[in-house]
Write a protein that binds this ligand. Structure first.
Ligand SMILES: Cc1cc2nc3c(=O)[nH]c(=O)nc-3n(C[C@H](O)[C@H](O)[C@H](O)COP(=O)(O)OP(=O)(O)OC[C@H]3O[C@@H](n4cnc5c(N)ncnc54)[C@H](O)[C@@H]3O)c2cc1C
Length: 325
């Protein structure tokens, strides 16, 4: 692909400069990742929609990102047009309309200040609303999908308004994470929130935030690297797993990794956090390849000990065909 020629073709649609070879490690919370072939930061929703329509109808490989808090970008980088979504407007009400580039914790603050409950779980999640939709982000048994009324998006070259079922949400998953998903830009959503007293909303959020601070390591990470395992039979045969988790049939990935003795295990500059085994952290000089090898080692160890393959919550970007994208 001739990226300079493509940049010239795209320029008339863009109000800001297009950048060549922007290092992705500057835009990901793991602080790793090689260059994006072409990088564009968009803050106007119509511009975002028009560029997406153009790119999709011209079959330009495109990767849309928010805050890079759920991706592991390869050291080779991303051979695509990377659109950094900074469209952040929101109109707050019982039906709140928000653009997908808004940081989800900012959306929580805006809605909570108006006495609207529903987003308390998002208070410590460092990504955008768009990234939250793709992985059906959540915490403490609440998920973003539960609040949705409708979604504006561009898919297969066309701007459309769809119902939440279009996304095929499940636990930390939607159709946009799966192989063969149609190229799609999520533009904005309408959410349903519930009136409540501000004092009660902030008290709940503070309580959740305290639990998070106790458990979460402070180093650069992408949050939980692996999904928890929903397997009742496994949960029942694990001594040391708490009764509520056994009852729910959920095994935290961190429990399995810790049981393999991998806390603190390190490859290059990437290691399994000593504070929370499901956090893979950058000790300062990690490469994407260190993280990839560490993740594979963890999966293999858990499989050998417990017979289950952990599935990544983090998405691999720019790794080629043999790694799930
Ligand atoms: C410290 C820490 C704590 C975390 N805690 C939680 C937690 O409690 N619960 C949880 O669920 N997650 C958690 N995460 C993971 C992450 O923050 C969430 O998944 C977040 O919602 C991702 O948003 P993002 O903007 O960073 O997405 P990115 O990482 O930038 O992108 C993720 C995926 O979404 C796609 N995408 C993003 N925006 C769009 C768009 N507008 N249109 C189409 N595709 C899009 C990207 O292409 C990519 O495939 C945590 C991460 C960290 C670092």
């Amino acid at each position: 692909m001739d990226w300079d020629a493509l940049a010239r073709q795209l320029a008339p649609l863009c109000s800001q400069p297009l950048m060549r070879n922007e290092p992705m490690r500057w835009h990901t919370t793991l602080r790793v990742g090689g260059p994006a072939a072409l990088f564009y930061r968009v803050s106007d929703l119509n511009e975002f929609a028009q560029i997406s329509e153009w790119a999709q109808s011209h079959h330009v490989p495109t990767f849309i990102m928010g805050h890079g808090s759920n991706i592991l970008v390869s050291d080779a980088g991303i051979p695509a047009l990377v659109i950094y979504n900074a469209c952040e407007r929101a109109i707050v009400g019982e039906q709140t309309v928000a653009e997908t580039g808004i940081p989800i914790r900012e959306l929580f603050l805006k809605t909570a200040q108006q006495g609207l409950s529903g987003l308390e779980f998002a208070v410590g999640i460092p990504g955008t609303l768009g990234g939250a939709l793709v992985s059906n982000a959540g915490a403490y048994r609440q998920n973003i999908a539960d609040l949705l009324i409708e979604i504006d998006l561009v898919s297969e070259g066309r701007r459309q308004r769809v119902a939440p079922d279009w996304m095929q949400f499940s636990y930390r998953d939607s159709r946009l994470r799966r192989p063969g998903a149609p190229p799609t830009a999520l533009l904005a959503v309408r959410l349903r929130l519930t009136p409540d007293s501000k004092r009660a909303i902030f008290a709940r959020a503070r309580h959740l935030q305290r639990q998070r601070i106790e458990k979460q390591p402070p180093e650069s990470s992408a949050g939980s690297f692996f999904k928890n395992v929903y397997d009742r039979a496994l949960a029942e045969r694990l001594p040391g797993l708490s009764a509520p988790l056994k009852e729910a049939g959920v095994v935290p990935a961190g429990f399995l990794i810790e049981a393999c003795g991998l806390k603190g295990y390190q490859i290059g500059g990437a290691s399994v956090s000593r504070k929370h085994a499901n956090f893979l952290i950058n000790r300062g000089d990690a490469t994407a390849s260190d993280f990839y090898q560490l993740a594979q080692t963890v999966k293999q160890a858990v499989y050998e000990r417990f017979g289950v393959w952990l599935e990544e919550e983090v998405l691999y970007v720019g790794w080629g065909a043999d790694v799930p994208q």
